[in-house]
Design a binder for this molecule. Sequence first.
Ligand code: GDP
Length: 416
Amino acid sequence: SVSSFISRSSSSSRLSEFVDAKTELQDIYHDLSNYLSNFLTILEDSVLLRDRQMLEHLCAFSSRVEAIAKVLSRDRMKVAFFGRTSNGKSAVINALLHEKILPSAMGHTTSCFCQVQANGSDETEHVKVEQEDEHMELSALRELASAHSPGALKPSTLLQVNMAKNRCSILDYDVVLMDTPGVDVTAQLDDCLDSYCMDADVFILVLNAESTVSRVERQFFKDVASKLSRPNLFILNNRWDKASSMEPEMEQKVKDQHMERCVNLLVDELGVYSTAQEAWERIYHVSALEALHIRNGHIKNPSAQTKERYQEFLRFENDFSNCLAVSALKTKFGPHLLSAQKILNQLKSTLISPFIEKVSRLIDENKERRANLNAEIEEWELEMQGEREDLQYCFEELTEMTQRLGRCVLNDQIKT
Ligand code: GDP
C-alpha cells in the first residue's frame, strides 16, 4: 500500500548516528568545561597551589574547550543541490521534506542560495536573509526566492528558511539542505560557492533526464571537484516520469545511455570515483515531483512505473543519507574527538601531573621537617633532663647544707 511504501522513507538511514554522536560529544565537552572550572577554583582557593602561569594555562584550555563546544553546537550535516535552472532541484528538496516548501513551478525557479534548516528551539518558523535581522513569514518565500518576481534577491544572497524541527523529519536529524541558483548562475558566484557550499558533506547534481548533461554542468562540477578532494557526489536524473514515457525497450536504452554518460563524468572526467561500479551506485533515475505527490497524498493509486520510480527515490534517499551521516561524522566530529583527547592528555601531562608532583614533594618535605624536629626535640628533652638532674642535685646539696647548719652548735649559742 502507499502508506507502507511512504513510511519506509528514511527509516533505515544512519542520520540518527550523527545526532547521537553530537549529543555524546556535547556531553563530553560540557563535562570537560565543568571540570576545568572546578579545577580553576581549587587552584585559586589554595595558597599552596596558586601559580600564575598554571592559572593562565588553565584559562587557555578553558577557552579552547568553549570555542570547540560552540562549533560543535553549530555542526550539522549539509547537502548541496546543483543543476541547471528548472531541472528540479527545489522539487527534490520538497520531496525530501515531504512538503512543498520551496517555490517550484514552471517559471518559478530559485534565484538565490536557499538554505532549509530546522529553527532554533525558541524560534517560530521564518524566512530570513542571512545578513539581515528581519524575520519574514514562510509565505514570503515564493516572492523572495523566485527569479521572476519583482522583489527577487541578488543571486549571491543566502536565504535561510527556518522550519519547525518536528515538521520535516530530515531537518530534525540536523540536516541542512542548500538549494542553489542554476549552475549557469552559480558558476559565476565563486565566492558564494566557497562560503555556502564547499563545507557540504554531500553534493547532488540534479539533471534533467529529458536532455543530456550540458557543458556548463560538466565544467561546474570539474571546478567543484578540483576544490575538494573526492567530494561525495550523487547524480539524479530527474523528470524520469517525463523522459521515460515511451516504449519499455526504448526506455532501457535511454537509461543505459544516461548511465554511461554519468559514469563517464564521475569516473573519467571528474575522477571522484575510481571504478564504474562505485559511480554506478550513485546514479538514480527519479521523479521528484511524483515522489512529493505520493508523500503528500496527491497520488492515491500509483501505477507500477510510478511505484518503481518512487522505490528508486527511496533508494537514493537512503543511500545519500547514509553517505551524509558517515561523511559528516568523520569530517565534522572526528576532529572534535581528537581535540578532546589531546586536551585531556595535555591536561594530564602539563597540569595535573606537575601539581601532584608538587603536592607530593611538599608532603615529603614536611615529613622530613617533622623527623628533624622530632630529633631536635628529643635531644633538647635529654638535655633538659640532664639539667634537671644537675639542678636537683644542687638543690639536694643545699638542703643538706641547711640541715647541717641547723644542727650546728653555733646555732644553739646564737639562740641563747
Ligand atoms: P529548479 O530550478 O532546479 O529548482 O527546478 P524546479 O524544482 O523549480 O522545477 C522546475 C519545474 O519542473 C517545475 O515546474 C516542477 O514542477 C517541474 N518538475 C520538477 N521535477 C519534476 C519531475 O520529476 N517531473 C516532472 N514532470 N516535473 C518536474
